[in-house]
Unconditional design. Structure first.
Length: 132
């Protein structure tokens, strides 16, 4: 099972690199729906798995547009500058669900690229780490 996690993490990193080269977002089926091992961790709202949300965040290239210290590029000060710095704005779960689903301004809607559970997972991740 540890090998599977490593392969999945490597795939997520490579996917992020590809998305950096291709631009923000992506229209791939957007993943993160697999088992992460053990019981699922849920957000404070009780919906979504933050660990799965982080994988989706990386796969979709969200850090190309947004800064978030919790992500590898955020730790290095290389987060995106197109969208808001999520550590400053500290969006709540419901706001993240709305923005990821419907988009706003320059941010595209991801409702056709991600499943509702994927969106909940991203919202759980962002709302649990932003500003911390």
């Amino acid at each position: 099972m540890e090998y599977s996690r490593r392969v999945r993490a490597l795939a997520a990193i490579l996917g992020g690199v590809i998305l950096v080269l291709a631009g923000c977002g992506g229209s791939s089926g957007g993943g993160g729906g697999g088992e992460a091992g053990g019981s699922a961790t849920t957000s404070a709202s009780g919906q979504g798995d933050p660990r799965e949300g982080q994988i989706i965040w990386i796969e979709q290239g969200c850090n190309n547009c947004h800064s978030l210290k919790d992500t590898p590029s955020g730790e290095l000060g290389r987060g995106g500058v197109i969208g808001p710095d999520l550590d400053e704005t500290k969006p709540g779960y419901d706001l993240v669900v709305d923005r990821v689903t419907h988009g706003k301004g320059k941010m595209p809607a991801f409702d056709s690229a991600l499943t509702p559970m994927d969106i909940q997972n991203v919202a759980a991740y962002v709302s649990s780490v932003a500003g911390k």
